[in-house]
Design a protein around this ligand. Structure first.
Ligand code: G3P
Ligand code: CA
Ligand code: CA
Ligand code: CA
Length: 193
């Protein structure tokens, strides 16, 4: 797991159990409730914390483990393996195997979760006070860190404030550089002990 970029961790499989069943039982990665404008989100499993299936059953049914939402991934590898293939033959039987190498998943985010960081600068040398719950890996820190001084050069004065550029791509849109509405609308309470 430590040589040549490290090993890969299987986190999910998408399996079509009945191509004639249109959003029916087993269509966990879309909807099991029928194709309906009243249920546009479907089962929501691409973006929730639900888990299902088993690793060895990945070619016989859908699979999703906690790594899907817990791991801090940089790259994505995908295998297309014929249904019912046993685990020991996945590699040889796969009709396609490919993966990314640019680390695009982590560079999109520009931070690593699970840290607290103080006194950072951004690309334009504007200082910020606190990056809570993360450490930055890029220099657009104005989207992740709070508090700072009184001058933020980029787009002046758009970034100047306690939550500097949390609304860069619209207030609470959770798109591109903007945080969610929950995040920008929540006070950050600091405790000592
Ligand atoms: O902090 C993001 C900014 O430096 C670039 O924004 O709007 O060019 O994607 P934009
Ligand atoms: Ca189906
Ligand atoms: Ca399925
Ligand atoms: Ca920036």
């Amino acid at each position: 797991m430590t040589t040549r970029g490290g090993g890969w961790t299987l986190v999910a499989s998408v399996h079509e159990n009945n191509a004639h069943g249109k959003c029916t039982v087993g269509d966990r990665w879309s909807s099991q409730q029928g194709s309906s404008p009243l249920y546009p989100e479907g089962d929501g499993n691409w973006a929730n914390n639900n888990i299902f299936g088993s690793a060895v059953g990945s070619t016989s049914d859908d699979y999703k483990n906690p790594g899907y939402y817990d791991l801090q991934a940089g790259d994505l590898s995908v295998w297309h393996v014929p249904n019912r293939a046993p685990l020991r033959k996945w590699r040889d039987l796969a009709i396609l195997r490919y993966h990314t190498e640019t680390g695009f998943l982590s560079s999109e985010a520009e931070f690593t979760a699970g840290f607290v960081q103080f006194r950072v600068f951004n690309n334009e040398k504007a200082p910020m006070a606190l990056c809570s719950g993360l450490k930055v890996t890029g220099c657009n820190t104005e989207h992740h860190c709070i508090g700072g001084g009184g001058f933020f050069p980029e787009g002046n004065p758009r970034q100047c404030g306690d939550f500097p550029a949390f609304d860069w791509n619209g207030y609470g849109t959770h798109q591109s550089w903007s945080t969610s509405r929950e995040m920008i609308g929540s006070s950050v309470l600091l405790f000592y002990r």
